[in-house]
Design a protein around this ligand. Structure first.
Ligand code: A3P
Length: 323
């Protein structure tokens, strides 16, 4: 799978890697720590390409998340919001892009898709109506886009325990390996000591949390659990933040519910493209599992839960961010 591909790493990057802290994961894959964040080598190459080549535009929208925090859902919702001016009757309209591609195919990831190969990709196809990208990088890795443009950044986060369990299921599915407790325990340890892909988790959270406090018009902070609990309210929040609020008429004609329905886990996973398609060696179906809040209780021991709670409490202390 793309996250583990070792190709296309330049000599310069290899030189840089040799000066960085590195570690090996449960599979024998190498990660290194760059600007405080842990990346597989090929992701680091994408991050470096992005950092040297990306020119933000004020109208850009960047959907950010820690992996397994609700990225697919946020992508689908944002696409559905952006599509609505030209596509008013999506539920019956069989031309809606979400019916033909997985949300990850429609919204490419900056470091893993767009800048994966070089620092000057052709961005022409992303021009209309607004460029929509995603990323798993912490905010400090996107200093340029963040500091020098008015682009909108939407961050979705999720309870760390559910994120961890979701990551375990996803990795085993993608790598086609048996879902063992040993792997969960190894991921748990890496989560706790921060040396996990895109970790430490708390640094990720805090980078976006601080930014949303400072610049709420620039960075929107969303939570998976809130999206589940009050989807109508949250999608209106998202629409307002993106500058495309629902009109009274849209609300009255049920557009909000249509979007939520279109983007529901139940609907997306039932679409042919998500049942049978794949991208970068990842089967689309693996992006859709249970989508439940608190599912981690079924897999983590009380001791594991306690340890994670303690770490998160300590790391987020004083930030105002509660979990
Ligand atoms: P679970 O593994 O707990 O089921 P990401 O999209 O960041 O990879 O996150 C994946 C998680 O989001 C998975 O959680 C998946 O089931 C859930 N998910 C995917 N699509 C969803 C949707 N449309 N609505 C709600 N949850 C969704």
């Amino acid at each position: 799978p793309s996250i583990l591909r070792d190709d296309k790493i330049s000599e310069e990057t290899n030189k840089l890697i040799s000066s960085l802290l590195s570690r090996t994961d449960f599979q024998g894959q190498k990660l290194c720590q760059y600007q405080g964040c842990w990346y597989y080598y090929n992701t680091l190459q994408g991050v470096l390409n992005f950092q040297s080549g990306f020119q933000p535009q004020d109208t850009d929208i960047i959907l950010a998340s820690y992996p397994k925090s609700g990225t697919t859902w946020l992508k689908a919702l944002t696409v559905a919001l952006m599509e609505r001016p030209k596509n008013n009757s999506y539920s019956s309209d069989d031309e809606h892009p979400l019916l033909y591609d997985n949300p990850h195919g429609i919204v490419p990831c900056l470091e893993m898709d767009v800048y994966h190969e070089n620092s000057s990709p052709n961005l022409a196809k992303f021009s209309a109506p607004r460029r929509l990208f995603s990323t798993h990088m912490p905010l400090h890795a996107m200093e340029e886009a963040h500091k020098h443009s008015a682009c909108k950044i939407v961050y979705v986060c999720r309870n760390v325990k559910d994120t961890l369990v979701s990551w375990w299921f996803f990795l085993c599915a993608v790598l086609k390996i048996e879902q063992s407790r040993g792997i969960l325990e190894s991921l748990f340890e890496s989560f706790c000591n921060g040396t996990i892909y895109y970790g430490p988790f708390w640094e990720h959270l805090l980078s976006y949390w601080r930014a949303t406090l400072e610049e709420p018009k620039h960075v929107l902070f969303m939570r998976y659990e809130e999206l589940k609990a009050e989807p109508r309210h949250q999608i209106k929040r998202l629409a307002e933040f993106l500058g495309c609020p629902f009109t009274k008429q849209e609300e009255e004609s049920g557009v909000v519910d249509k979007i939520l329905d279109l983007c529901s886990l139940r609907n997306l996973r039932s679409l042919e493209v998500n049942k049978t398609g794949s991208r970068n060696d990842v089967d689309h179906k693996d992006y859709f599992r249970k989508g439940e809040v608190g599912d981690s209780k079924n897999y983590l021991t009380p001791e594991m839960e306690y340890k994670i709670d303690m770490i998160i409490q300590e790391k987020l202390q004083g930030s105002g961010l509660k979990f």
